[in-house]
Design a protein around this ligand. Structure first.
Ligand SMILES: Nc1nc2c(ncn2[C@@H]2O[C@H](COP(=O)(O)OP(=O)(O)OP(=O)(O)O)[C@@H](O)[C@H]2O)c(=O)[nH]1
Ligand SMILES: [Mg+2]
Length: 487
């Protein structure tokens, strides 16, 4: 758009605005005049109503613009309840060693009463270098290559105010393929009383997420910009201001430091040759020491309850994951058991070429067993409905199931040697496996027997001929048929 045209539009908009303003003023004056002519009683009523209206408007505005309260940490589970859940998992054969060890470590550190501070951040932000600056006697590896620190290490350090700390050096996060090390780093961060979050520039999306994650657990945090030597003072201030905005309500202080690290330079030798030398950069960490003193002021005991809450909240999540995994494994065993029974039933009752019909008793038993596993209450009517629906689905999907089974027979020649009826046997393995998996997934996600959801999953699974799945079902069919022949 040309400049002239833009000017014209601006002038027109201004004129329209002025006209609106005039009209509004005129209207306001006219209304005031009419208001004054009203009887006193009516003036009061109208005045009060207008007052209420204005107050309501203002409070809505305040609600939108009010300063946001501090982030609320995740709810903390009750320890007894957590121990009970872990005990139940153990009874079901789950490996709860790590969860129990976490609880032991929680108690050990409480008795120990030392102040733990974890240095956390992405790979190569200078965590190990910072610990070397804070604990000069410590032996730590650091390197330009990311992923230098492979395991959590603890180092004793003393602050200038005489307070002693245990610093935890952890593997850097967000290393590709380093998921297990990252999980170890996160667990250590939750175990510490406070966390120094190290970055070396403004926060990426992933780093901001990490910071939020720590803050959600109620961790006392310092956000520290390392490698400050790489920026000039103006850039550094700009970065710090941005980091303060990004970490509002989360970090109790944001400071810039230079942890040191090493640098290479070329040295001129007397004979004219040059050689490359590595030397340690001098650390400059005063602002951090100051912030750390303030953060550590309440001492290990003062920060213990926050630490305990964070560890328990972390354990609650890990227990939940293990519960889901254990239930999924149990569901798998149930599904296999019923699929096997369906195969055996098919061999006994189905003549080759006859239609596929879901064996009602088995389907009902499968549904009931899975509902019980997922703690979902289902009535007989609901189960009957589900089985009826599954039968209908199968009636229209029979040809697909038989086609999938036929292909499996070609893909696994071993199946063919089992003789007549194997096509139907495999079809029933596929049907019960699909029904069980559809139900289990739906129950796990919805916590109720949702016919539509389970039905949709069933239709999808009946047609799923993934090679891993086919191999598993072929093995199951073979096993069941051989067992039947043998026994
Ligand atoms: N310029 C500069 N470089 C630094 C500073 N601190 C550390 N470095 C360099 O950054 C690189 C990584 O340092 P490390 O201490 O290994 O970093 P880290 O966070 O422990 O790395 P991982 O253990 O791999 O996650 C090394 O090359 C250090 O020399 C600093 O203050 N300034
Ligand atoms: Mg390191």
């Amino acid at each position: 758009m040309s400049r002239r045209l833009r000017l014209l539009f601006a002038a027109l908009a201004l004129a329209a605005l002025l006209w609106l303003l005039l009209a509004a003023t005129e209207r306001f004056l006219a209304l005031t005049q009419r208001f004054l002519t009203l009887p006193i009683a009516l003036q009061w009523t109208l005045g009060v109503l207008l007052g209420i209206f204005a107050a309501a408007g203002l409070s809505v505005l305040w609600w939108f613009l009010r300063p946001r309260r501090k982030r609320r940490p995740l709810p903390v589970p009750d320890r007894d309840n957590l121990e009970q859940r872990i005990g139940q998992l153990r009874e079901h054969g789950a490996d709860t060693g790590l969860l129990a060890a976490e609880l032991d470590e929680l108690d050990r550190r409480r008795r120990d009463a030392r102040l733990y501070v974890a240095v956390f951040g992405e790979i190569s932000t200078g965590k190990s270098s910072l610990i070397r600056a804070l604990a000069p006697q410590a032996q730590l590896a650091s390197d330009v290559r990311g992923g230098t620190t492979r395991a959590v290490g603890h180092y004793d350090s003393t602050l200038p105010d005489g307070r002693s700390l245990v610093l935890a050096d952890v593997p850097g996060s967000r290393e590709s393929g380093g998921e297990a090390r990252e999980a170890a780093a996160r667990e250590e961060a939750l175990r510490a009383h406070a966390v120094i979050y190290l970055c070396a520039g403004d926060l990426t999306r992933g780093q901001a997420d990490e910071l939020h994650w720590l803050a959600d657990f109620g961790k006392p945090l310092l956000l520290v910009l390392n490698k400050a030597d790489q920026w000039n003072p103006a850039e550094r201030e700009q970065l710090l201001a941005k980091l303060r905005r990004q970490s509002r309500d989360m970090a109790s202080a944001v400071v810039a430091i230079s942890a040191g690290g090493s640098e290479r330079y070329q040295r001129q030798l007397a004979d004219g040759r040059t050689e490359s030398v590595e030397r340690l950069r001098k650390p400059a960490i005063e602002p951090l020491l100051h912030a750390l003193s303030q953060l550590a002021a309440p001492g290990a005991e003062g920060l213990e309850s926050l630490r305990e809450s964070a560890v328990l909240a972390g354990l609650h999540q890990r227990t939940g994951t293990l519960e889901a995994q254990t239930r999924a494994e149990q569901a798998e065993r149930i599904v296999s058991k019923y699929a096997r029974r369906a195969i055996v039933g098919a061999m006994a009752a189905v003549a080759p070429g006859s239609d596929l019909v879901i064996q009602g008793v088995l389907a009902t038993g499968l549904t009931r067993a899975l509902a019980e596993l997922y703690g979902v209450k289902v009535s007989e009517v609901q189960i009957e409905d589900f089985v009826r629906q599954a039968k209908l689905t199968l009636r229209t999907g029979s040809s697909i199931v038989l086609a999938v089974a036929g292909n499996a027979l070609k893909a696994f020649p071993g199946l063919g040697t089992l003789g007549g009826g194997v096509l139907h046997a495999f079809a029933y393995a596929l049907i019960f496996d699909s029904m069980g998996r559809a139900l289990a997934a739906s129950l796990a996600e919805r916590h109720t027997l949702d016919q539509d959801d389970a039905g949709a999953r069933l239709r999808e699974l009946l047609a799923d001929a993934g090679s891993g799945r086919m191999r598993r079902l072929a093995a199951l069919t073979m096993e069941a048929m051989q067992e039947r022949a043998g026994g």
